[in-house]
Design a protein around this ligand. Structure first.
Ligand SMILES: Nc1nc2c(ncn2[C@@H]2O[C@H](COP(=O)(O)OP(=O)(O)OP(=O)(O)O)[C@@H](O)[C@H]2O)c(=O)[nH]1
Ligand SMILES: [Mg+2]
Length: 338
């Protein structure tokens, strides 16, 4: 699998407990009212929440400090102070928490939905707790317990969500570079890309990881071109995008040829690869005849999602963003309804 390790650190703090209160009843006709100072509220906890729609840790790099609220102090009339609000830190599935100094894993959040990492401090007791037969007027109360502050490492192995497959020169790397921060080499000769590249597309608050792999040709499964060993890198993705160069002569047969190579890959991976959610991307629509060709392609595969693009047409690129987003959101929804 290709993936990259996304690593960062955050500063977290649970809330301090509120102080207990020192107070005495003061009412008309009750000359020596007893102690009535209430307890402080508890400090908020630091809680990690595992969210399926998150895929990277980029949101933790934008805001690094997460503090839970302190508990409020108690008050007279035995009033309790309010508890401090917990702070919830959203993380993607598969996140692990690490000791920042030793690098040791403290907690693997893989199979959890919610994990209370730091408890808030307890609230202090108010002075009415300290009344006894020998001490009628306790002029003291308990202080709230301190919260805990800590810097912690957070790590995640990011695996691609959508894999790109296509003949060499189809425009896979060009699209990857346009949509993401990746810098995959682009050139007008085949097999420009020789190793897989990953890029991160952030769209409508969802991180989508795209994988560009070397181009496939007919016979790749028998070792032609760069072979098909790279397919294993996209075997765990949620979906595939098939790139068809609509300015090429044999655009019409390429989708089936690509599927054939995937089929011959291996008994184990093929089924996985062929049954993925998919989208066909017709490229280079700015070239002559390409729009015509794309329409022919769309007709042939009318039961599939087909998008025509040109890297010079922003609108078409945006439609790819939308389609990738829908692909990922749909799967997230399917999974959570299962
Ligand atoms: N006219 C036009 N040319 C394009 C478009 N997209 C890509 N190209 C050109 O097509 C050539 C190949 O593009 P790449 O992005 O390197 O193709 P690739 O699919 O990654 O190729 P390999 O890495 O060899 O598999 C380059 O010269 C690009 O500039 C497009 O929308 N229109
Ligand atoms: Mg390439």
């Amino acid at each position: 699998m290709i993936g990259f390790s996304d690593e960062t650190y955050i500063d977290i703090a649970s809330g301090k407990g509120g102080n207990g209160c020192v107070s005495f009843r003061r009412e008309k006709f009750v000359p020596k009212g007893g102690p009535d100072g209430g307890d402080g509220g508890r400090g908020g906890d630091v809680v990690f929440i595992v969210k399926k729609n998150l895929r990277t840790l980029s949101h933790l790099k934008a805001v690094r400090t997460f503090r839970a609220e302190n508990g409020k102090d108690g008050s007279g009339n035995r009033c309790f102070g309010k508890d401090g609000r917990d702070i919830e830190i959203p993380v993607p599935p598969g996140t692990v928490l690490k000791d920042i100094k030793s690098g040791k894993v403290i907690k693997d959040l893989s199979k959890l939905e919610r994990f209370v990492f730091l408890k808030g401090g307890k609230g202090g007791l108010g002075n009415y707790h300290f009344k006894s037969s020998v001490r009628q007027t306790p002029r003291f109360a308990q202080e709230g317990q301190d919260g805990v502050s800590l810097r912690i490492g957070v790590e995640l192995l990011v695996v691609a969500d959508i894999g790109f497959v296509g003949f060499p020169n189809a425009g896979k790397s060009s699209l990857l570079n346009l949509l993401t921060n990746a810098k995959s080499k682009v050139a007008s000769y085949p097999f420009t890309t020789t190793i897989p590249h990953l890029g991160l597309l952030r769209y409508k608050d969802v991180d989508i990881v795209l994988a560009d792999i070397p181009g496939l040709i007919e016979g790749a499964s028998n070792g032609s071109g760069m072979g098909i060993k790279f397919l294993k890198h996209i075997s765990r993705t949620q979906g595939l995008a098939y790139f068809i160069d609509c300015s090429s002569d044999d655009f019409i047969s390429r989708y089936d040829l690509l599927r054939n190579e995937l089929k011959s890959y291996s008994d184990f991976y093929s089924e996985e690869l062929l049954n993925k959610e998919e989208i066909i991307i017709g490229t280079k629509l700015d070239e002559s005849e390409a729009v015509n060709n794309f329409n022919i392609l769309k007709n042939k595969y009318h039961d599939k999602i087909c998008l025509g693009i040109s890297i010079y047409d922003d609108k078409s690129i945006n439609s790819v963003r939308e389609a990738f987003y829908n692909m990922i959101i749909k799967q997230d929804n399917d999974e959570s309804s299962n």
